[in-house]
Design a protein around this ligand. Structure first.
Ligand code: S3P
Length: 472
């Protein structure tokens, strides 16, 4: 990331995919400051591949028989960690061109024990889904991650995966590093999600893949459904039925033969959120983002922004690789505050920090309800968003699990340096705010952005964003 975004030297996660050794990266500042650009943002850009779908394409490709060709893979550090992990477990994983990857699968149940620890860097998705896979392979594997991942709760997957017969040794509270010994004779499960989490759902379904019989997950609140869609795409039998009160029950029939299938990865709506909100906030802007995924389990942010009065048009709606996509045309304009219901959280869980930046520039109060899950992301995003906005001069409060932002109709003052705390989305959210505030907003360390959006800085500059390197 240091090279690609013109930023600094520093420890990089061991993803197994490093084009340049650390000692060849020139010393450079790692902080970045955003300031109001002299002109409106304008232009058309393609949004990089969806992170959730990219992880799954590598993992499912590794379980298939035959060769899976992936187009549009997100080449961010999180996904590269998954690529390295699947390679360490015996699949053939190879980059064959720009965002084009090839996976030679080993078939369901065919993974082999790696000779060393697997390091998943910053990626919670890689961690939870991989534990699901390993839980029903008769292997022992040691898994760790970076300083952020090692603080994150894994009991939410360790508990259900233990019921299949897997054994785990972890640090206190189910924290990484974790050693997992998969079940030799796994027992299928029906599991009701205690938290609305697509990662937990996917971990259980992946464990069910190498388990005889049927494994079901009940989700009282709907979460992103890429796992179900992709399992079907690779030929697994997956049944999805409504569950009382608006939820779903998802059942996978175990030990299928998955057949390699091409994947075209749509643009990530969670990455699109940053240039999208920047275009809304910088006066006079008009920006088009192409190929953005609009899977209904991911479009909560768009719903909120429509309620806030945003001028966003969905153009060229189509289906690519089994996922709905559209081009989004965004025009800047005044926004008003909104009351965001808790039930919307799973469909926009990663978008709250940047939505809060929009709320700070809108007129009136925005209340975002039911954000408990934000506390266990790459950092505590509930506290971090509130503290960062307050440091920029916004009026903001946390009440229970709700975030309340009092907008004045004008951007807050800015002029603060925000700690990014190994959290890519917090770093990008505050850089977006800095494009609208009177005084610049800086982040102390921009390297974390490479987890999900390695080309964030050049892409935003293409649109006219003002970023300058600061500090060391
Ligand atoms: C993801 C699910 C979400 C999201 C994460 C990606 C996935 O996490 O925050 O960035 O790919 O399944 P939770 O399932 O913990 O909400």
């Amino acid at each position: 990331m240091g090279r690609r975004a013109g930023l600094g030297k520093g420890p990089r996660p061991q993803t197994g995919y490093q084009a340049m050794p650390d000692d060849m990266i020139p010393d450079a500042p790692v902080g970045l400051a955003a300031s109001a650009p002299p002109r409106p943002l304008s232009g058309t850009v393609r949004i990089p591949g969806d992170k959730s779908i990219s992880h799954r394409s590598l993992m499912f490709g590794a379980h298939a028989v035959g060769r899976t060709e992936i187009d549009g893979l997100l080449e961010g550090e999180d996904v590269l960690a998954t690529a390295a992990a699947m390679r360490a477990l015996g699949a053939g994983v190879e980059r064959v061109g720009d965002r084009r990857w090839r996976v030679d699968g080993v078939g369901v149940g065919g993974l082999a024990e790696p000779g060393d620890m697997i390091d998943l860097g910053n990626s919670g998705t890689a961690a939870r889904l991989l534990l699901g896979i390993l839980a029903t392979h008769d292997l022992t594997v040691f898994v760790t991650g970076d300083g952020s991942l090692r603080t994150r709760p894994m009991n939410r997957v360790i508990d259900p995966l233990s019921r299949f017969g897997a054994r785990f040794v972890s640090r206190e509270g189910g924290r990484f590093p974790v050693a997992v010994t998969g079940a030799r004779e796994p027992v299928p499960q029906t599991y009701r999600l205690p938290v609305p989490s697509a990662q937990v759902k996917s971990a259980v379904l992946l464990a069910g893949l190498n388990t005889p019989g049927e494994t079901s997950v009940i989700e009282p609140e709907i979460t992103r459904d890429h796992t179900e869609r992709m399992l079907g795409h690779f030929g697994a039998t997956v049944r999805v039925a409504p569950y009382e009160g608006g939820g779903k029950i998802i059942t996978v029939v175990g030990q299928p033969e998955l057949v390699a299938a091409p994947i075209s990865v749509p643009g990530d709506p969670s990455s699109a959120a940053f240039p999208l909100i920047a275009a809304l906030l910088v006066p006079g802007s008009e920006v088009t983002l192409t190929g953005v995924g609009i899977n209904p389990s991911r479009t909560g942010l768009l719903e909120c922004l429509f309620e806030m009065g945003a001028d966003i048009t969905r153009l060229n709606q189509r289906v690519e690789g089994g996922e709905p996509v559209a081009d989004l045309r965004i025009r800047a304009g005044r926004l008003k505050g909104a009351d965001i219901p808790p039930g919307r959280a799973p469909s926009m869980i990663d978008e709250y920090p940047v939505l809060a930046m929009a709320a700070a520039c809108a007129e009136g109060r925005t209340r975002m309800r039911g954000l408990a899950e934000l506390r266990v992301k790459e950092s505590d995003r509930l506290t971090g968003t509130a503290e960062g906005l307050a440091a920029c001069g916004a009026r903001v409060a946390i009440e229970g699990d709700d975030l309340i932002v009092e907008g004045t109709g004008n951007p807050p003052q800015g002029g603060a340096t925000i700690q990014s705390r190994l959290d890519h989305r917090m770093a990008m959210a505050f850089l977006v705010l800095g494009l609208a505030t009177k005084a610049p907003v800086a982040i102390d360390d921009a390297r974390t952005i490479a987890s999900s959006f390695p080309d964030f800085v050049p892409l935003m500059r293409t649109l006219g964003a003002e970023f300058r390197a600061v500090g060391h």
